[in-house]
Design a protein around this ligand. Structure first.
Ligand code: DGT
Ligand code: CA
Ligand code: CA
Length: 576
């Protein structure tokens, strides 16, 4: 089985986790974490680099020792160090480490004092009220732990969209190589750009004799075949992702694509529309009696029930059918509408690339502008900027802008919103920037009224343009803060400022339904990558997907504006 960068990164992360629990040297732990990140961000497979005889130490953060470990993993699938560490600490403890509020020290205490080393045991201990009795834990921590475990259980085995995309792209390309295959596409929640997917529903059109099902079963990442028939198969990949494959004849393509794209609620509503017209709709076509009247394309299916084409992201039966009937479907924003990105980090804080590298990569993508928005000093883990370092970066941006043609760097900051709603840097400094993004990174568990008040107060400061990742949730890791988003959206409208849709795969924050609300209130959304390296701009694709699920059009999105209009809009949110 081939070893992908993601597999090696997962091993390094686990090593780092186990070292942390064992109380190892922080520098060593950091080295493994950085290497994991390097591997995940890399645009090509290290296994191919090794095949070509290239030296891995050329990669950032990879020294001799790590290069040797990578080689070992590529050759054998693992490294003895992992086995050694797993003997020292129960490997299930690493799962606990990823719960909010649980650092290595607390995980060690749970293990030694309560003999807790699995999530289930932790859940049990929290339910029994045993955790609050431990030194340094308390009732609040216990409640947090309980909530986090329950949030995780609700999400079950779902996979983040950006992660699913890595597997989907490779698998579809592979299936297309089977003889007799015409179309191969991923339908289901994936095509609707849901933030997480339960499985991949792959639809293939092929000649009846095509060996495409055998080809799927022979895929080298298949771990288990759960069903196999003439026209369908289900498998589980080594990554845990489930795949359903359906093969239909070419003339059913549209009907099958519509059916398997869903959502189920949308399908049922469309089928009812058909019934009123005396039509039967299924995955093979649209039928009047025994005669097939449509189904070769999705358009033909919609046309048969008197509707225009409805984009997949809208198919949730949340008003799209009524809008289609009324002729008021939105013309959804597209990736190519974005003229720039308003949230990015560099090496100066926790990013991986230099200012120049980020600027050149943005220009390469055809961006007209890129805002550099480092963390402020309050975020010490990210080495946030204080005033002198920010001023130095402002000068550096001025110098770079003077040299660059065709792309403008905007001077920004992702400034921390402190607990009382003040910002982490003084107004006279913020006033020198093009753009101030405010973000909550601490005290995430304030009661709803306090958390809301804190953010509203920050939005009232003289320099405040965009609220970053408004709900603070991390998919499958952390629930949103308890905060009144509708109230914040109304305040943004009054103040003329903006909300971010953060396209980082773990965030995808703002949620689609709130995007819709912002649109109704006339508050523009900025679709930002929150890039920490040049490859992160790729994530904008998923941010746009989420924006489309939120019914956003080009004009509803701040960073579709040309630079001079953007500047005017930013000036519009200044207050004396
Ligand atoms: P997921 O996988 O949980 O993220 O969500 P989906 O929407 O991909 O759901 P999935 O994989 O169970 O099924 C794929 C599509 O197949 C679904 O979106 C609509 C269609 N479908 C599945 N079951 C039914 C059904 O009972 N009735 C109808 N009308 N459509 C169905
Ligand atoms: Ca699915
Ligand atoms: Ca499925």
């Amino acid at each position: 089985m081939p070893v992908h960068n993601a597999d090696i990164a997962a091993i390094f992360d686990e090593i780092a986790d186990l070292l942390e629990i064992a109380g190892d040297n922080p520098f060593r732990i950091r080295a493994y974490r950085n290497a994991a990140r390097t591997l995940r961000d890399l645009g090509h497979e290290v296994s191919s680099m090794l095949e070509r005889g290239e030296n891995l130490t050329a990669l950032p953060g990879i020294g001799e020792d790590l290069a040797a470990k990578i080689q070992e993993i590529v050759e054998t699938g693992t490294t003895p160090l992992l086995g050694k560490l797993r003997k020292k600490v129960p490997p299930t403890l690493t799962e606990l480490l990823h719960l909010p509020g649980l650092g290595p020290k607390r995980v060690r205490t749970l293990y030694h004092e309560l003999d807790v080393h699995t999530l289930e045991q932790l859940h049990r201990a929290a339910l029994d009220g045993r955790i609050r009795t431990l030194p340094g834990f308390g009732e609040k921590t216990e409640r947090q732990i309980l909530q986090a475990i329950e949030a995780r259980a609700r999400l079950g085995g779902r996979c983040k969209l950006a992660v699913a995309a890595q597997y989907a792209d490779a698998l579809v390309a592979y299936l297309k190589q089977a003889p007799g295959v015409k179309h191969a596409v991923v339908a289901g929640s994936y095509r609707r750009a849901k933030e997480t997917v339960g499985d991949l529903d792959i639809l293939v059109t092929a000649r009846p004799e095509s060996p495409v099902i055998d080809r799927l079963v022979a895929y080298n990442e298949v771990a288990e075949v759960t069903a196999k028939g003439e026209t369908r198969a289900s498998v589980r990949l080594a990554s845990g992702l489930q795949v359903d494959l359906r093969v239909v004849p070419e003339d059913s393509y549209g009907a099958a694509l519509h059916y398997f794209t869903g959502s189920k609620a949308h399908n049922i509503a469309i089928r009812e529309l058909g019934q009123h017209r005396g039509l039967k709709i299924n995955e093979y076509g649209v039928f009047k009696g025994n005669r097939r009247i449509a189904g070769e394309s999705e358009e033909s299916v919609f046309r048969a029930v008197g509707l225009p084409f409805i984009p997949p992201e809208l198919r949730e039966n949340r008003g799209e059918i009524e809008a289609a009937q009324a002729g008021t479907l939105p013309k959804l924003v597209e990736l190519s509408d974005l003229r720039g990105d308003l949230h990015a980090h560099t090496k100066a804080t926790d990013g991986r690339n230099s200012l120049r590298e980020m600027a050149l990569a943005a220009r390469e993508r055809g961006f007209e502008y890129l805002a550099i928005t480092e963390h402020s000093k309050h975020v010490t883990v990210a080495h946030g900027l204080d005033v002198p370092r920010l001023l130095a970066q402002i000068d550096e941006i001025d110098r770079l802008n003077a040299q660059l043609s065709g792309m403008t760097l905007l001077k920004g900051i992702e400034v921390d919103i402190l607990e009382d709603g003040r910002l982490d840097l003084p107004d006279d400094v913020l006033g020198r920037l093009d753009l101030v993004i405010g973000a909550v990174h601490s005290r995430l568990h304030l009661p709803r009224s306090k958390q809301t008040e804190r953010i509203l107060r920050a939005m009232d400061r003289p320099y405040f343009h965009i609220l970053a990742h408004p709900t603070g949730r991390l998919i499958q890791e952390r629930e949103p803060y308890d905060v009144d988003i509708p109230r914040i959206i109304r305040q943004a409208r009054q103040r003329g400022c903006f909300l971010e849709l953060n396209a980082h795969p773990e965030r995808m924050d703002l949620l689609d339904t709130y995007c819709q609300l912002a649109k109704e209130e006339g508050v523009l959304i900025s679709i930002n990558s929150d890039a920490h390296s040049v490859v992160d701009f790729d994530n904008l694709r998923f941010g746009v997907g989420q924006a489309r699920r939120g019914w956003l059009e080009k004009d509803d999105v701040l960073n579709t504006r040309p630079l001079h209009i953007l500047r005017a809009l930013l000036r519009g949110c200044r207050r004396s």
